[in-house]
Design a protein around this ligand. Structure first.
Ligand code: G4F
Length: 332
């Protein structure tokens, strides 16, 4: 690797950026970690900033501000740009469809324009998503050639971004790659995503802090892997000579119900006594089933996920249990 490669990483308060920044600093990059002022206090961000000393540069910027994005690219002259900033909660995107389009769609065009104009050799990674596929037949394993039919404002905005990367690749020769990532979770996952709601919720019930875990559609089926494995896949994509799109997934599925049951078993609790359903967590349109086929990433990138949904949930539950056990008892 050339001396002191430079990378811009957006979405720095998030789970994925925290793992990616750690990886890049470890590999000797100078990292410019972008976050909005309002999200700087997030614990993942502070964790990264503390850990990474002088190779990590915290940048406060909004990715929906085109002049901020182009100034950053012009000044930094990055070798790699990882676009992880997004309004990433699918359910919430129904409540704020227009701002989701700005953050998850338009911001990608601003980044691509900045790269085209000021750093045309910079390699670009776009966080695409399995939400692009929408409602598919159960049992199908989805790959890079499967049809995209998004069912949420989030999915639609991400589809626009996905198409723009391919357009800039074909039209201007930009090295832009999209990772079509299936659900990826970790001990750092936001508390409003279902795996973390389950692991933290069950841990809190076990410790007596709460009575129930309250969920929405527990019949949904997902392909869950560990975020640390997936950010390594992002990095691998940008080390290739040619840009391309890759599915990252485990190829295994479980329903939300199975995930909950598994975590309740770990906690030695009876699932039926632990959960409640609240329709407020149901979505206007659901994606009932998603399972990925990561064959291309395995073959071309040599990528292998180290975790499946069970080992992932076990790590998450143990971490959340340690936290809950330290908390003062609040419920009886
Ligand atoms: O954990 P989730 O909110 O993840 P979702 O919607 O699949 O999206 C995540 O993965 C995508 C990759 O495919 C990313 F692009 C996206 O940014 C995000 O990271 O929900 C998973 C499933 C859904 O079917 C949801 O309806 O769990 C169901 N669910 C049931 N009860 C719930 C709940 N989801 C949430 N967030 N909260 C619940 O109480």
């Amino acid at each position: 690797m050339k001396d002191n490669k430079k990378a811009i990483v957006t979405g720095c308060p998030g789970q994925d950026a925290s793992y990616l920044c750690e990886l890049l600093v470890e590999k000797g990059y100078s990292v410019y970690g972008v976050s909005r002022r309002s999200t700087r206090e997030n614990s993942n961000m502070l964790f990264v900033e503390n850990l990474t000393n002088n190779r990590y540069n915290a940048v406060t910027m909004d990715v929906t501000d085109p002049s901020g994005v182009s100034d950053l690219v012009k000044n930094v002259q990055p070798d790699e740009y990882y676009n992880l900033a997004a309004m990433s909660h699918v359910g919430q995107s129904f409540k704020e469809p227009a701002s989701t389009l700005m953050a998850d769609g338009m911001a990608v065009t601003y980044a691509l324009e900045a790269i085209k104009n000021y750093a045309p050799n910079c390699k670009f990674y776009q966080a695409s998503t399995s939400e692009l596929y929408g409602k598919v037949e159960e049992g199908l394993k989805l790959d890079e050639n499967s049809e995209f039919k998004p069912r949420s404002p989030y999915g639609a905005a991400k589809m626009y971004a996905h198409n723009m990367v391919s357009i800039y690749r074909d039209s201007y020769g930009i090295h832009g790659s999209c990772g079509i990532l299936f659900n990826h979770e970790s001990e750092r996952r936001g508390l409003n995503f279902v795996t973390r709601k389950i692991t933290t919720g069950v841990a809190r019930v076990k410790c007596g802090h709460e009575r129930h875990v309250v969920l929405g559609n527990i019949d949904a089926i997902r392909d869950w892997g560990h975020a640390r494995d997936y950010v390594y896949g992002m990095w691998l994509m940008l080390q290739q000579e040619n840009p391309d799109d890759y599915v990252l997934a485990t190829g295994e599925t479980a329903s939300v119900r199975e995930a909950l049951n598994y975590v309740c078993d770990l906690a030695e609790l009876n699932m039926d006594e632990v959960y409640k359903i609240n329709p407020k967590f149901m979505r206007p349109a659901e994606v009932p089933y998603l399972c990925g086929d990561p064959s291309k990433a395995k073959k071309v990138l040599g990528w292998r996920p180290q975790h499946n949904w069970k080992s992932l949930l076990e790590l998450m539950y143990k971490s959340d249990y340690r936290t809950a056990a330290r908390e003062v008892y609040t419920y009886r």
